[in-house]
Ligand binder design. Structure first.
Ligand SMILES: Nc1nc2c(ncn2[C@@H]2O[C@H](COP(=O)(O)OP(=O)(O)OP(=O)(O)O)[C@@H](O)[C@H]2O)c(=O)[nH]1
Ligand SMILES: [Mg+2]
Length: 430
């Protein structure tokens, strides 16, 4: 692309986000990026106002971690500050204040006519109290309450309009110490890993060098392994095409993502305006994959692994929660209950049941019909026989009458009296 010196806003269109991102960082004066086949939060302002969007689906992410690690900043970076209503928009230089309660921010993304409601739940950081024993309690409670609400909705008669407010992924912020996981992190992650898909990230990655980040990543993974913490691992089946598999592997290889959040635009040495953090030695660009893993994290959440995260939440995490809860309530579990959870399987079951019922009904109707036909046939046969008999009888009667008449005729011709009754042989009136 050789139009770098052009100063009017430019648009990049590409189905390859990596190439596009690369091109974007190469070009000057980029105001707007338009990437086809790619949902990015950068596109949100246009989509935000689109009114006639079909009823879509939800995707809910939660950010968790110690206080001051940049959770709120990253949420803002994800959503792009221009998304906030103007009156709520903060002056660019003002830092976000400490989060004190669980709050969520949502945005509607639309692609190919399908609407996605993305919600990010921001939580107050913990770790700055003297007693941290139960500082994560409200977070776990919040996650469980969302499961409970879903369970309630599932048990209602009308299951069509269930809104899925369950947390599909937790982005867990780890302090960029460069050493290892803190006991508090291990404790909190172990509280969470059975309930949510954990995605660990290294916070404020701009404070570490590339080398430090690589070493720290390995240490974190080793710690996670050692403490048997289950983090989200990505698809286990490999039915996708090679390109997709390679892309997914590339993204998963960056875990724990080294992220940098920034709400302000800074000028780079070569005169570009980018979202990033300025240092005396240079600028760390948030949207540059060479500088940090923010783009990879965003891609994973809203593009490459969203379905997997949702499925894992529904089929394993929520399912475990549900069966534990029911067992605790003394409800006997049977395998069919689990089967019922999958709507496709349930539908298939209902369909085959319905079909069997229909078949039985059809058979019954056939039998009744045959019986009726038989009855009718025998009746018809009977009345036919009756008719024949009657016909024969009448014919015989007619024949008799004819014979009688014949006889009378011969008598008349022979001059004999018609009535034979009064005739007395041997007497004569003369
Ligand atoms: N160097 C650096 N500073 C950051 C980064 N992200 C946020 N900060 C700064 O860190 C401070 C705390 O950021 P917040 O976003 O409020 O942190 P938080 O995790 O939401 O904190 P709590 O709400 O208290 O849990 C702010 O001064 C931010 O400007 C980052 O990626 N790098
Ligand atoms: Mg905060």
């Amino acid at each position: 692309m050789g139009n770098g010196e052009n100063s009017v806003p430019q648009t990049i269109s590409s189905s390859n986000p990596k190439a596009a991102a690369q091109a974007a960082s190469d070009m000057r004066n980029i105001v707007r990026r338009k990437l086809t086949g790619y949902v990015g939060f950068a596109n949100l302002p246009n989509q935000w106002h689109r009114k006639s969007v079909r009823k879509g689906f939800n995707f809910n992410v939660m950010v968790v971690g110690e206080s001051g690690l940049g959770k709120s900043t990253l949420v803002n970076t994800l959503f792009n500050t221009s998304l906030y209503p103007p009156k709520e928009r903060k002056p660019p230089s003002l830092d976000i204040s400490k989060t004190v309660s669980i709050q969520s921010i949502s945005a509607d993304i639309e692609e190919n006519g399908v609407r996605l409601r993305l919600t990010v739940v921001d939580t107050p950081g913990f770790g700055d109290f003297i007693n941290n024993d139960e500082s994560w309690e409200p977070i776990v409670k919040n996650i469980e309450q969302r499961f409970d609400a879903y369970l309630d909705a599932e048990n209602k008669v009308n299951r069509m309009n269930i809104v899925d407010n369950r947390i599909h992924a937790v982005v867990y912020f780890i302090q960029p110490t460069g050493h290892s996981l803190k006991p508090l992190d291990v404790e909190v992650m172990r509280k969470l890993h059975t309930k949510v898909n954990l995605i660990p990230v290294i916070a404020k990655a701009d404070t570490l060098t590339d080398e430090e980040i690589n070493v720290f990543k390995q240490r974190i993974l080793a710690d996670i392994n050692h403490h048997r913490i289950q983090i989200f691992e990505g698809p286990r089946y490999e039915l996708d095409d090679e390109e997709t598999i390679a892309e997914n592997n590339e993204i998963m290889s960056k875990v724990p993502f080294a992220v940098v959040g920034a709400n302000t635009e800074v000028a780079t040495a070569d005169g570009r305006k980018v979202r990033g953090r300025a240092y005396p030695w240079g600028v760390i660009e948030v949207d540059n994959e060479e500088h940090c893993d923010f783009v990879k994290l965003r891609q994973m959440l809203i593009r490459t692994h969203m379905e997997e995260l949702k499925e894992n939440t529904n089929n394993f995490l929520y399912e475990n929660y549900r069966s534990d809860k029911l067992t605790a309530m003394g409800v006997q579990q049977d395998s069919s209950v689990f089967k019922e959870v999958n709507p496709a399987v349930k539908q298939e079951e209902e369909r085959s049941l319905h079909e069997a019922k229909l078949q039985k009904m059809e058979l019954e109707m056939k039998m009744v019909f045959q019986q009726k036909v038989q009855e009718k046939e025998s009746k018809l046969r009977q009345s036919e026989e009756e008719l024949y008999a009657r016909h024969r009888e009448m014919k015989e009667q007619l024949e008799r009458q004819r014979q009688e008449l014949e006889e009378k005729k011969t008598r008349v011709e022979q001059g004999r009296p018609l009535e034979e009754k009064g005739k007395r042989k041997g007497f004569s009136l003369r």
